[in-house]
Design a protein around this ligand. Structure first.
Ligand code: TYD
Length: 208
């Protein structure tokens, strides 16, 4: 089925993004859609290598601007070599995290500025933006409690993650048509149903 669409999951640590994106990808695939499931930072060999640098606690103290540039560099490669080709084939792309993670973590929590970080990401990807973003909203204390062996970003203090959470909510509020905000503390099965319905509406597919 040719129903190209770019769908992104966003949210704080431990919100259940990978569970929900995996469930959505399986669901769409079972209904005959060609689906590419991917993630950021990552999705290509170079972007996965950048991911390792970004998450390694050995790089504690990495300069904030360097961090923002590395996320953007990884995104540029991912967009050019995985996401855009998949969309051009008519596939549905389901991605864990994208530009809004940079806006929330680097733009707001690191204080680098929303507009600058958004512009950097738009430049890196040639203006690629999701059709629908699902924000899984979770209290950082609950989300971080699910994390085993925190990486470099998860190791930031709770108030930093609270700023990230608020940033996602603020971004979503600016464009309600393109964002679905869900309380991630609800049962995973209920969330999956609501997500499937929203994606069905996006694709104009009543059978979903
Ligand atoms: P991820 O593997 O999704 O973390 P988790 O599965 O634990 O939620 O993302 C890695 C980390 O990178 C996560 O802490 C969020 C952060 N991040 C940014 O700070 N900026 C970005 O642009 C992206 C994509 C992720």
């Amino acid at each position: 089925m040719d129903t190209s669409a770019f769908i992104v999951f966003e949210g704080g640590e431990g919100a259940g993004k990978s569970t929900q994106s995996g469930a959505l990808a399986d669901y769409l695939h079972a209904r005959g859609h060609a689906v590419v499931r991917t993630r950021e930072p990552g999705g290509t060999p170079a972007a996965e290598a950048i991911r390792a640098v970004l998450l390694d606690t050995a790089n504690a103290g990495l300069d904030d601007r360097a961090e923002a540039l590395l996320f953007a560099a990884a995104r540029g490669d991912h967009a050019a070599r995985v996401i855009r080709p998949a969309l051009a084939r008519g596939d549905i792309v389901v991605c864990d995290r994208f530009m809004d993670s940079s806006i929330a973590y680097q733009g707001v929590a690191r204080g680098l500025g929303i507009d600058r970080v958004r512009d950097l990401s738009l430049w890196a990807t040639g203006g690629l933006q999701p059709a629908l973003t699902i924000v899984l909203d979770v209290d950082p204390d609950l989300g971080l409690a699910r994390v085993v062996g925190p990486d470099r970003l998860e190791a930031e203090p709770a108030e930093w993650h609270a700023r990230v959470r608020q940033a996602f909510l603020d971004i979503a509020a600016t464009d309600p048509d393109r964002y679905l905000v869900l309380d991630a503390s609800r049962p995973a099965e209920d969330l999956a149903v609501e997500i499937a319905m929203a994606v069905g509406a996006l694709l104009g597919d009543d059978s979903l």
